[in-house]
Each structure stands twice: as C-alpha cells, then as structure tokens.
Design a protein around this ligand. Sequence first.
Ligand code: FAD
Length: 337
Amino acid sequence: MKSVFVYCEVENQKIAEISQELLSTGKKLATKLGCPLEAMVFGSQLAGIQGQISLYGVDRIFVADDIRLEPYRTLPHSSIATHVLKQEEPQIVLFGATSVGRDLAPRLASALNCGLTADTTILDIGDHFVKKEKKEYKDLLYAIRPAFGGSIMANIINWDQHPQMATVREGVMKKEVFDENYTSEIVEVDVNSIVKDEDFVVKIIERHIVESDVNLKEAPIIVAGGYGVGSRENFERLEELANLIGGEVGGSRAAVDAGFIDHNRQIGQTGTTVRPKLYIAAGISGAIQHTAGMQDASMIISINNDPEAPINSLADYVIHGDLGVVIPKMIKFYKAN
Ligand code: FAD
C-alpha cells in the first residue's frame, strides 16, 4: 500500500524534536500523494508517546514496546524496522539525520535493496521524466541536499527502487501539529516473533550524556556576530547584549574561522539552522550559506556599516552604523530599562 512512513525517536519519554519535524513534513508529503501517514516507534513504556505522535495526523503507529528495546541498539531495532517495512511496503520512509537515523537507515536500505538519500534539507513530491527510458514517473520523492560541503544543492530522485528513503537534517523542517484530537490506529508489533537472541549480543555497559550549554535551536532571541565584529573581545559585548535581552550568541562561519567564536555556535548551512523570534545580525554580510540557516526568523535586525549589505534586504529593520558605536548604545539602553 502507498504510504509515507516516519521512524520516530524517543528521548526521556518524549518524542524527539527531529521526529516531530519529520512527522510534520511526512504529513505534507502524504497529503500531496493522497495516502496515509504512518509511524514506527520502538522502545520501552511507550504508552504516553503514542498520543504525542497522533497530533501530527498519523493514521497508524507501529509500536514495539519491550524493555530490551531501550536504549537504541542497531540489531534489534533494524530487525524490527525491516520486518515492518517489508510487510507494509511504504512508498517513502523518513529518518532523522541523527546518530540513530544515520546508523539505522543505511542498514534498512541494504536489507530492502533500495537507495537512501542522506542528510536532506528539502523534500517534495513531483513527476520526473527519465530520458534513457523515455518514460515519465509520477509522484516521486524529490530530495534536495547540500553537496560538496554546501557548494551545490543536489536534487536526488530515486525513481526505480522502493521505498524511497531519506534521512533529514535536524532543525530544517518546521514542526506543525496537524490536529490535537487526531486518533491513530495502534498496531502492536510482536517483538518476540521478530528478534533473535543474537540481536542482543551488544551489551550497553554505561551511557554518558554530554549536556551542551549552547541551545541555539530553542533560543527565542539570537544575537549573531560576523566577521565585522572584529575580535573575540568584541564578541564579549555581543554576549553582554544577549544576556540582557534573554538571548544566545551565534556567529557566521567567517567569525568562527577567525576564532572570534566557537564552532558550536555557527549558524548556517554547515552550522545550526535557527528560527528565533528575533535575530540580530551584527556585522554579517548575508551570504546565502548564512541566510539558509536563519531566514525563517520571525524578525531580523541587521546592524551593518554597509547600507548595501545583502542581509539588509532580508531584514525587517536595518541599523546603519558602526558596531563599535551601536552595540554599546544598545547595552546602555537595556541596562537602563
Ligand atoms: P563578511 O562577508 O566578511 O561580512 C562582514 C560584514 O560586516 C560586512 O557586511 C561588513 O559591511 C560588516 N562590517 C564590517 N565592519 C563593520 C563594523 N565595524 N560595523 C558594522 N558592520 C561591519 N557561512 C555561515 O555563516 N554559515 C555557514 O554555515 C556557512 N557554510 C558555508 C559552506 C560553504 C560550502 C561555503 C563555501 C561557505 C559557507 N559559509 C558559511 C561562508 C559564507 O559564504 C560567507 O563567507 C560567510 O557567511 C561570511 O561571513 P560574514 O558575513 O561574517 O563576513
């Protein structure tokens, strides 16, 4: 049966952000194809998770709930996913480009003898004419991903193998709840009949979760600095401003390359994709590789001494001036108010 399938990841009894993004995108693709959206979720004590998945308009949720499935391990999870996908024969299957998705999806592509487009940033449905076959294929998944380090955007279409599978970069697709009251059919997967003892040969002895103090994706306000900030010391002014207005500091790649700010704060195509309520771009020119990661901010303020800087055409407000003057004035204003 034609359907769109999403592999959902669970973190601390909550559906992962990336899975919510995938379900939202999956719903749009399924609506275009006029087919159901389906999800699979594997882990332990998943009763509360199912409701979180339904919200995205999922028609059926394949649930494998077993204490042995938490945390993720390659062999049991891939055995179960292969079983479900062979049985259901979906047209499209989506995974997050996470450590789990990057591990699982290639195994499934191999087991199902189909292709896999990795690390995609745009997905859509369209028709495709194959010249050598002189044949038009209808309703195919178009997967677009940056290639050669982001220098080109590759449009990848797999027309002759099914399912069409893709991993999707975190943070680039929008989360959109479809219907708070949507009811999904739950299909319980019989884990014991699928997994074998050998699937549990890997034992997890210890897990270390590294907490990062940088959370650009969730930040409502980002003060981002570019090469125009000029030095690491000047970035401390941006940090002071960000703290005053409840924001995080980010940077362009040129600022990262110059050593003004750490790489984990880079915004853009090869950094983090952000969607804050307010994005202050200080001394950033607005190269496409940067704007690709911030153009969906609700409001953009550009501070630049060049009135022709490309970022200004994207900005809601432009402060034309020198950062050395503008930033201290802003700090003074917010300290006083
Ligand atoms: P610049 O382009 O040098 O701009 C500096 C700006 O500061 C200028 O507009 C200038 O007018 C202004 N300025 C200077 N001094 C002052 C002052 N005193 N007061 C006010 N304004 C001032 N870039 C990213 O950001 N993120 C990415 O993820 C990314 N990925 C890339 C991937 C690839 C494959 C490639 C090829 C490039 C990538 N880049 C990325 C780099 C990108 O192309 C640009 O080079 C980079 O974004 C430029 O950074 P910038 O705007 O800080 O610097």
